[in-house]
Design a protein around this ligand. Sequence first.
Ligand code: ATP
Length: 258
Amino acid sequence: MSDVLLSVEHLAATYDQAICAVSDVSVAVKRGEIVALLGANGAGKSTTLQAVSALLPARRGQITAGRIAFDGRDVTSVAAAELVRGGLVPVLEGRHCFASLTVEENLITGAIGRDARRGDIRDGLDRVYALFPQLARHCRSVAGLTSGGEQQMTAIGRALMSRPRLLVLDEPSMGLAPLVVEAIFRALKTLNAEQGLSLLVAEQNSTVALRFADRAIVLEGGRSVLSGPARELRRRADIKHLYLGGAAAPAHSTQAVA
Ligand code: ATP
């Protein structure tokens, strides 16, 4: 059994068969690893995650080149629902919840796809509430009326209810207060440490992401341009300036750090 759980090789993708969104992205996530996908606005993070989760067609996007393998199996053209059943579960940008359902009803929807039994569902709910005690207190609240942080926790909790092996998160920190971001990343780190859950997290907030990740890959202009251990990237003061919203990066070949 290979230690690589997800491998994306030289991915290229377009929207409407015309707009090139990513042209050469390579990403690998090993079992039990937290990998951060960093990059400025428009670098291609969301497109990469949507491609990995088979959600591009819903946004009129197409994979035009490259290969995506999950657990050794080519999943480049597998349907999203099948991927979820196989353990690759996305948490989309914008903390998608069913606004008119309660927090608990939202969580339960995450278990439906895997035909969970009643006891299984109760067990899953207990685990989510242990991870996010705030959700236990608001379990009967209508999700659309809870805070942004609680909605993000609900979206993550719902994903956990489908028993993922790899959680793919798009900008979990977006629009949330620093303390809430901290709580969410701590919870993710706990899942990783205690259950070996693998995580691929796209973030513009590189400071937080590099603190919690094992490794990071930087995208720029639709290409992966830099990768390495998070602790090495944290030490490089030029990264933010070069790739995350500052001046353009000097080279376009993927550069490895350490
Ligand atoms: P952000 O953090 O702003 O979401 P990102 O790194 O996730 O940025 P993407 O959303 O993947 O970047 O965007 C990559 C490129 O694809 C950008 O040039 C963007 O304008 C374009 N793009 C993204 N979504 C669509 C779409 N639905 N239709 C057309 N072009 C799109």
